[in-house]
Design a protein around this ligand. Structure first.
Ligand code: SAM
Length: 391
């Protein structure tokens, strides 16, 4: 079977790397995601295990359509009775470029008509439409007169792990935090620091990744509501989930997260508790940050736009504090060029990779990566005790 695993724009490369690490052999990165071939159980496993994927789509059919009738025929040919019964609910989304029409509502309606007409004739009844919480969600993609119809296996997007009950201003999606962590080159053994942690997403994702806790263990997926997910499929799926759960480690590296906003810290601690994460939180201004070891990774997402107080002066002070993190790698998600200017002004920060463009929702950002050479010989950093208790 053919699947398309989607990713936020700019994170397709790290998704491909992650999928390879998860044992996927037949794959090809593309704009917006990675094409994957394999059995249904592979798609279920990717829903449970991928930290970077946004959705997992199954490719149901594809072909040329020069008008609405050809599209209708293409869709109606499919054995819809395998995928849903008249008791299921349905929703269809669409997007198209250079097609006989780019009117997405019209395209969605045509697909929906073809599905329900086929089922009405075969079963005497038709499924109804539920745009908010459908059992089966379809997505039609058209490009240059060629259409591909997908079935969404994930249901709610995969960034919704279930642990983030509380958010502060500008929370990062869990999937983008996971992508940043992979881009940072962090080895999952060294200490990790986020000094502007907001609701804690980067730190919690780091902890879950370091301890091999699968991100989708505590949630349900769209495919569980599909007709072809029968009792045998359910048993196989539950076995696979149990295997994933067994991989989780109790111990992990020290992960420190701080923020100067006590409300953000409250939210972050609640989220960490819900995720059963061991991140250690503290209230601190990033400008007073001090290294807690001779090496480690700092991964962070500074404020910008309306949430920012102090403008360039703040970023310069922040950059000075980051440049004092001897021996650390520094990875920053920059939502404004001011951050890059300030960091590039610090001589101690050595760029280790070119800035990489990603999209945080609609906001164009750059992932910046530096290293601070270790100049601390003879100095005595604050000792960090090994991990033991929860935050
Ligand atoms: C863009 S948000 C981070 C969002 C976070 N990645 C998340 O997923 O929730 C930036 C954070 O920087 C914090 N912040 C702003 N100024 C700060 C300062 N001087 N010191 C420490 N944190 C600061 C804000 O309170 C805010 O939580």
């Amino acid at each position: 079977m053919r699947f398309f695993v989607t990713a936020a724009k700019g994170t397709e490369g790290v998704l491909r790397d992650e999928l390879r690490e998860l044992g996927v052999r037949a794959l090809r990165a593309d704009r917006g995601g990675v094409h994957v071939d394999g059995p249904p159980s592979l798609a279920w496993r990717l829903c449970v295990q991928s930290r970077i994927a946004v959705r997992v789509y199954e490719r149901l059919t594809d072909g040329e359509a020069r008008d609405a009738d050809e599209l209708y025929d293409l869709v109606r040919e499919l054995e819809w009775e395998r995928y849903l019964s008249p008791r299921h609910t349905l929703a269809v989304g669409a997007s198209a470029k250079n097609a006989f029409t780019t009117h997405t509502q019209f395209l969605s309606r045509r697909v929906k008509d073809a599905v329900v007409d086929r089922l009405r004739i075969r079963e005497g009844e038709r499924p109804s439409v539920d745009l908010d919480d459908p059992d089966v969600r379809l997505f039609l993609h058209g490009n240059n007169g060629y259409f591909t119809l997908y079935r969404d296996l994930s249901g709610d997007p995969l960034h919704m792990r279930g642990y983030r009950k509380h958010v502060t201003d500008a929370p990062l999606k869990e999937t983008l935090a996971a992508a940043m962590l992979r881009m940072s080159g962090w080895n999952r053994g060294a200490m990790l620091v986020d000094p502007m942690c907001g609701s804690g997403t980067i730190a919690i994702e780091a902890d879950l990744w370091a301890r091999d806790i699968a991100p989708g263990l505590d949630r349900r997926f769209g495919f569980e509501r599909h007709l072809d997910f029968d009792d045998v499929a359910r048993r196989n799926y539950e076995d696979m989930r149990a295997d994933c759960a067994r991989m989780a480690l109790d111990e992990g590296p020290v992960i420190l997260a701080s923020d100067n906003d006590p409300r953000a810290l409250l939210a972050a601690k609640e989220n960490a508790r819900a995720a059963r994460s061991f991140v250690r939180f503290s209230e601190q201004d990033v400008r007073a940050l001090e290294p807690k070891g001779f090496d480690g990774a700092l991964v962070t997402n500074p404020p910008y736009g309306e949430r920012l107080e102090g403008g360039m002066a703040f970023f310069r002070a922040m950059a000075r504090a980051l440049a004092a993190m001897n021996g650390h790698t520094i990875t920053v998600l920059a939502g404004t060029p001011m951050i890059e200017d300030a960091l590039n002004g610090e001589r101690a920060l050595r760029e280790v990779a070119k800035p990489h463009q990603v999209f945080n929702g609609p906001i164009e950002c750059r992932v910046l990566r530096y290293r601070v050479p270790n100049k601390t010989e003879g100095a005595s950093p604050v000792a960090v005790e090994p991990r033991g208790s929860r935050s």
